[in-house]
Ligand binder design. Structure first.
Ligand SMILES: CC(C)(COP(=O)(O)OP(=O)(O)OC[C@H]1O[C@@H](n2cnc3c(N)ncnc32)[C@H](O)[C@@H]1OP(=O)(O)O)[C@@H](O)C(=O)NCCC(=O)NCCS
Length: 144
């Protein structure tokens, strides 16, 4: 498995978009709007590949000089529970640290709070609903 930063608009990016749609959007009955995908152009795009096959991905968005938001964390359905998400998180955190960021935060779906807790993320506020009424909490952690 190779973990890497990928470029917007490439063949790898198109694979990433398919995965994000399949894992993060279709199950909620929604798709990406063009405005939403515009954001990808300036974000840090991360993916795990096995040759040409995409295994998982996430995105880091700049919020301010200290803080990055992790979003679009997804692993292929048939490959979940094998440590790929763990490797992507570690790669993303190291990249964030290397770039000088101090805090990583996310809008975590309630179904995966336990995944982020494993990496030391803590809930910072009340439950809220987004993406077709899906329950979420904000979680964050100081990067050391
Ligand atoms: C959440 C997700 C990215 C995790 O990736 P994964 O490859 O399945 O996770 P890993 O196998 O690396 O698991 C790492 C650890 O987290 C735990 N974990 C994984 N998913 C979990 C969940 N939903 N709840 C609680 N713990 C979880 C694993 O048991 C493992 O624990 P261990 O180290 O004690 O064995 C993946 O399951 C996924 O794509 N889910 C659907 C999309 C989604 O909801 N994304 C998050 C949007 S906020």
């Amino acid at each position: 498995m190779a973990l890497k930063q990928i470029d917007y608009g490439t063949a790898e990016y198109k694979e990433m978009l398919k995965l994000r749609n399949e894992i993060l959007r279709k199950p909620l009955g929604i798709t990406f709007s063009p405005e939403e995908l515009e954001k990808d152009k300036t974000d840090i795009l991360i993916a795990a590949f096995d040759d040409d096959e995409i295994l998982g991905c996430c995105i880091l968005s700049h919020l301010d000089n200290n803080t990055l938001r992790l979003r679009q964390m997804a692993v292929q359905k048939n490959l979940q529970g094998k440590g790929i998400g763990d490797s992507i998180m570690t790669f993303a955190e190291n990249l964030a640290r290397d770039k000088g960021y101090k805090i990583l935060m996310m809008h975590a779906r309630d179904t995966v709070l336990g995944f982020y807790e494993k990496f030391g993320y803590k809930i910072t506020g009340n439950q809220f609903f987004e993406l077709n009424n899906t329950p979420h909490h904000i979680m964050e952690k100081a990067l050391r």
